[in-house]
Design a protein around this ligand. Sequence first.
Ligand code: HSE
Length: 440
Amino acid sequence: MKVDLRVGVAGLGTVGASLVRLLRQKSDSFAARCGRKVVVTGVAARDRSRDRGIDLSQLTWHDTATALAVSPDIDVFVELIGGDSGAAEDSVRAALAAGKHVVTANKALLARHGVALARLAEENGVSLSFEAAAAGGIPVVKTMREALAGNDISRIYGILNGTCNYILTRMEQDGLDFSDCLADAQRLGYAEADPTFDIEGFDTAHKLAILTSLAFGCEIDVDAIYLEGITSITRADIEAASELGYRIKLLGVAQRTESGIEQRVHPTMVPRASAIARIDGVLNAVAIDGDAVGEVVLVGPGAGGNATASAVLGDISDIARGIHVPTLGRPVEELSPYRAARMRLHEGGYYIRLAVYDRPGAFAEIARIMAVEGISLESIVQRDRTRKSGEAGAHTDAPQPVILITYETTEAAVKRALATISEQNVVAGTPQMIRIEKLG
Ligand code: HSE
């Protein structure tokens, strides 16, 4: 057998502790698969005294992640600190510059600095691996970078945040409000330290930015992502979606279009019969449309200590075996600049929920405005009417929920129509608008 591969782990939270434990438990079987023993030799974490349920007394503790990163006693630096700057960025840069292979689960760091770090890895002849950064335990990076290398990808989309999927699933299945579901997700340890990262879509955007680069061979541009979180989704939307044969999921979608590459994160109506609609709870899923293979759907845990550590172990095994793949699937100089499609040109169907005043002519006015924008309506449903159909008497001033489903149209037309409708005296409040993803 070859000499041992020596690993340094920076960050001993849930994932770091799971990694150290798994490497010990699986020492022999992992060595047999890798052709050499893999041993943790050094660690760095803020709190030395915390009980993590593992014996760390034989390991060398380093005062800072960067000190560990450049230590002559490690071959691989595993960064599990998190964050797109500070200790995580400094230590990863230091490790690459010192000629160490780097494995990271840090999606924010890659979304922000992935191309620069890939270049640094190339210049130093080392690997920068990040399977755990894109969808936790789902091996989507390897799938795209290696297994699907013979495909041109037209679209990649997925449920990339377990917290949001958990919230939306429980809202639907248990009829709960958003805030109760979020509190449960936090209690169960799914949510990020700052849950706005989950519910406002930033976490999904970080992962999507990385997947977009792998799918289309372009540079990473997280700031170009159109972003909407799930905080505006109400039980009324979830119930209406269900009645209309859809489910609402927070999707990250990257799609090649004539005007460039669309990258968007938003609540999405997906047909109930689609594979993605059936992904419940904290699970993640990624669907990849390749020209040769067709559609591939990967499903699995996107978070959790062991699941994320599983992805880190996969990356370490490549290094132990001497397998080297360019960080973003091709050398940095082969990456094309990211060419953003304009969101206003996005084409698709739309769900629109309006609070319409119960006045004669209100529907006619809404339909007229839609027609002016060339928007064809597939259905109009008025829900929860307190006044029975055909009942005589004066109208009520209480607005009534009305759901419109449009046929395929453009984002610009829908936005204009909704702005015009809001200016008329026929609706109360802000219209709700949810995009419908064309699947299958
Ligand atoms: N907070 C994330 C999620 C976990 O809910 O999916 C890892 O990114």
